[in-house]
Design a protein around this ligand. Structure first.
Ligand code: FPP
Length: 228
């Protein structure tokens, strides 16, 4: 059965550190190269008419990295956001963010809020940045919010209404680069029926060709959703 292109692709962008290490460069050089791969990937996603793309930019667990790397990543995110705001306006891209605000730097939060507001009316690709994101945190956040709202007898559909973005469709395809084959607390709920695509390619080397390979692999999968 040939499936249409996925509506939502989620990506675990892994391998920046190993890419840098192989070149005797600091880890941040790997993240910088990773930001360029993000740009290429978003271009490819637009070309193929993908509606939503979620990028795992910083996990709730990434705070355990050395402070220098955390600071560098926050700076890079801020710079990328700044550069990308112009592209977003031109290319009709909408920015969403999934994750907890605390303890992200206040200046970055302001910048994010402005970018979200500035792109809210755009109708092209939605780029959902998973930032300070953890799936267990998202699920427990939703349970607490549902209880606070007075919900009784919570069903899966009720809970979904309290996720960071209730209107974000489940990803049909989840890509992880760098040869690791695990979810690492990413979209645990939403991944119930996702197809997984793992590639040994390190994130900074990911490009349109690799994106096309992932799409082709997806199209060869037979999705049955528990049926036959
Ligand atoms: C994983 O590689 C990557 C990250 C924790 C950060 C992802 C960030 C970027 C791709 C940079 C910019 C992002 C955006 C959205 C502009 P790793 O450091 O865990 O690599 P390793 O496993 O080889 O050490």
């Amino acid at each position: 059965m040939i499936s249409a292109h996925p509506k939502h692709i989620a990506i675990i962008m892994d391998g920046n550190g190993r890419w840098a290490k192989a070149r005797h460069l600091p880890r941040l050089a790997g993240h910088n190269a990773g930001a360029k791969a993000v740009e290429r990937t978003l271009k490819a996603a637009r070309k193929y008419g993908i509606a939503f793309i979620t990028l795992y930019a910083f996990s709730s667990e990434n705070w355990s990295r050395p402070q220098e790397e955390i600071d560098g990543l926050m700076k890079l995110l801020s710079k990328t956001l700044q550069d990308y705001t112009k592209t977003a306006a031109k290319e009709n891209i909408r920015l969403w963010v999934s994750g907890e605000r605390e303890p992200l730097p206040p200046a970055l939060l302001t910048q994010i809020d402005e970018a979200i507001a500035a792109t809210a009316q755009n109708t092209g690709l939605t780029v959902n940045l998973a930032l300070n994101y953890g799936a267990r945190q998202e699920i427990t956040h939703a349970i607490n919010a549902a209880i606070a709202a007075g919900e009784k007898d919570i069903s899966p559909d009720t809970l979904r209404r309290y996720f960071y973005h209730p209107d974000l469709p489940d990803p049909e395809l989840i890509i992880r680069t760098s040869g690791e084959e695990r979810l690492s607390n990413f979209l645990l709920w939403q991944a119930a029926y996702s197809e997984f695509y793992f590639t040994p390619v390190l994130w900074p080397d990911f490009d349109e060709t690799e994106f096309e390979k992932a799409l082709a692999a997806y199209q060869n999968r037979s999705r049955r959703f528990g049926g036959i």
